[in-house]
Design a protein. Structure first.
Length: 183
C-alpha cells in the first residue's frame, strides 16, 4: 500500500469539498480548484477529511494512489493558504515591470519579453527585496509552471551568476579563464 496514498487529508474550516463519481471540486477562501481523477481511484469525504482509496489492485491503481492523494492535498492547501514562488533577477540592466496581468521582462535581449499570467496566478514585485518577483495563487502546478517558464528565458549562468533564479537557489560557480605566466 502506498505510504502517501493511505494518509488522510484534513480539510480545514472554510474549505468546501464536493465529490461526484471521479470528479472533485474544492472551494476555499483563496479560490476554487477542480480535478478529475482516474476511475481506478475512489475518493471519500467524511466529516472534515478526505480519504483516497484504490478500487482494485491493478498496477495503474497502485501507481495513481499516492499521486491523487498528493494532488488533492495540494488543492486543499492551495485554496486555504495558497502557494508562492519567488524569482530573483540578477544582472546589470535586467529588470521586470508589471502592468495589470502583463509582465514585461528586460533581460538583455534586443526586445522586451511580455508574458500574461495564467488564470488564478498573481504576479507582483516584492516590496522589500529589489528585483524579486512573487508568483502566488491556489494552484501549485500553475505557479510552478509559470515560474519555470519565466526562468527559462535567462537561467543563471555559472561564471557571474547573472540570470533568473529561484530565491535562495545555489548556483554552482565556475572559475573563469586565468592568464598563464610565461616562463
Amino acid at each position: 500500500m502506498s505510504r502517501i496514498g493511505k494518509q488522510i487529508i484534513a480539510v480545514p474550516a472554510g474549505v468546501d469539498v464536493t465529490v461526484n463519481a471521479n470528479h472533485v471540486k474544492i472551494k476555499g477562501p483563496k479560490g476554487t480548484l477542480e480535478y478529475t481523477f482516474p476511475i481506478s481511484i475512489a475518493v471519500e469525504s467524511k466529516d472534515s477529511t478526505l480519504i483516497v482509496k484504490r478500487v482494485g489492485q491493478e498496477p495503474e491503481a497502485m501507481a495513481y494512489h499516492g499521486l491523487v492523494r498528493a494532488l488533492l492535498n495540494n488543492m486543499v492547501i492551495g485554496v486555504s493558504k495558497g502557494f508562492e514562488k519567488k524569482l530573483e533577477i540578477i544582472g546589470v540592466g535586467y529588470r521586470a515591470a508589471i502592468v495589470g496581468k502583463k509582465l514585461t521582462l528586460s533581460l538583455g535581449y534586443s526586445h522586451p519579453i511580455e508574458l500574461i499570467a495564467p488564470e488564478g496566478v498573481v504576479v507582483e514585485m516584492d516590496k522589500e527585496l529589489k528585483n524579486v518577483l512573487v508568483i502566488s495563487g491556489p494552484d501549485r502546478q500553475a505557479i510552478g509552471q509559470f515560474a519555470s517558464n519565466i526562468r527559462r528565458f535567462r537561467p543563471p549562468e555559472p561564471y557571474k551568476g547573472k540570470g533568473i533564479r529561484y530565491l535562495g537557489e545555489q548556483v554552482a560557480r565556475k572559475a573563469g579563464k586565468t592568464a598563464s605566466a610565461k616562463e
